[in-house]
Design a protein around this ligand. Structure first.
Ligand code: TLP
Length: 345
């Protein structure tokens, strides 16, 4: 990449190997189900996550949207986190396009939704209420710092959902980061979920795309929902070819991103005008903030760092989120720390 870009892992460029695979990918018409590369990606993704079938979609947002459309009808309700990506950053798509009512429960600092709060939010069968059809979790939970949510919790939510005849969806945009940090098998981690979306285009470096996995019957429904939102693509094997490398190879190296995030966090902790909780750096995200003595706003520091060819995202006046990925190497971390030390008192 041509800059040190820590704003997100979504900024990561495809690798040279991906570009080659894209150029050479066998293709067909995927709306006819005839693209061999898309079909292979979908099969491999389903296998890897321990589900029956997969569906290649244009983005994480589309994966979550078609999952909700496939699980719920108009007027149904989904219980989800008040700081979940689907609730906050997906333009209200589930309500706008699906007529699905969101019931938000507070996300805890550990990325979970309290079980009691979920239980209390499940509607009784009463004509006054929407029907609770779905619980949606996020793993890793981005807004609280990329915190991985453990299998024991997901299993407990799964049991609660089953008890009430409700489905469980996981927005696993960074599920491989979660599995890496928790040192567990990804299929085992999501075994209680009926459906999972994961992104190929974040830390896994593919240029475009996510995969939604679940039962064969669910994926058939999701395919219809994808068509409705205009997500039926044609020779999408060009994109899926990069996705296969993302899935097979890039999922194996995420530890490196987590190590770099930790290195960065430890370096920041040694700078007096920076406040950071090292305990909360668990995957590839580093949340930190400026103390008063920094004498400048987060936006101002972000602006100054651009002169060092470093891009970083201010969350508000004081705080930042930095995200490591394939294109951020150990030497870049040292450069960024140097630049911050130069700019801060
Ligand atoms: N997240 C982006 C921004 O939209 C905030 C980022 O930079 O982190 N689920 C989760 C947990 C996500 O973090 C994101 C993207 C999505 C879904 C949506 O994925 P895309 O951008 O592919 O629609």
């Amino acid at each position: 990449m041509d800059r040190i870009d820590l704003r997100s892992d979504t900024v990561s460029w495809p690798t040279p190997e991906m570009r080659r695979a894209m150029a050479e990918a066998p293709v067909g018409d995927d709306v006819f189900g005839e693209d061999p590369t898309v079909n292979r990606l979908q099969e491999r993704a389903a296998e890897r996550l321990g589900k029956e079938a997969g569906l290649f979609v244009a983005s994480g947002t589309m994966g979550n949207l078609v999952a909700v459309l496939a699980h719920c009808g108009r007027g149904d309700e989904v219980i989800l986190g008040d700081r979940a990506h689907t609730h906050v950053y997906e333009a209200g798509g589930i309500a706008a396009l699906g007529g699905v009512h969101p019931r938000a429960v507070p996300v805890q600092p550990d990325g979970t939704l309290p079980l009691d709060a979920i239980r209390a939010a499940i509607r009784p069968n009463d004509v006054h209420f929407p029907r609770t059809r779905l619980i949606a979790l996020e793993n890793t939970q981005g807004t609280v710092g990329g915190i991985p949510v453990p299998k024991s919790y997901i299993d407990a939510v799964g049991a609660l959902a089953r008890e009430h005849g409700i489905k469980l969806h996981i927005d696993g945009a960074r599920i491989f980061n979660a599995a890496t940090a928790l040192r567990c098998d990804v299929a085992d981690l999501v075994s209680a979920a009926d459906s999972v979306t994961f992104c190929l285009s974040k830390g896994l470096c593919a240029p475009v795309g996510s995969v939604l996995v679940g039962s064969r019957a669910f994926i058939d429904e999701a395919r219809r929902a994808r068509k409705i939102v205009g997500g039926g693509m044609r020779q999408a094997g060009i994109l899926a070819a990069a996705g296969l490398i993302a899935l097979e190879q890039m999922t194996q190296r995420l530890d490196e991103d987590h190590t770099n995030a930790r290195l960065f966090a430890e370096g920041l902790a040694a700078i007096p005008s920076i406040e950071i909780d090292l305990e909360r750096v668990r995957t590839n995200m580093v949340f930190f903030s400026l103390r008063d003595q920094a004498g400048m706003s987060a936006q101002e520091l972000a602006e100054r760092l651009k002169a060092h060819n470093i891009w970083i995202m201010a969350r508000d006046d004081r705080s930042f989120r930095a995200v490591t990925h394939y294109w951020i190497r150990q030497e870049h971390i040292a450069q960024v720390l140097d630049a911050i030390r130069k700019e801060l008192p």
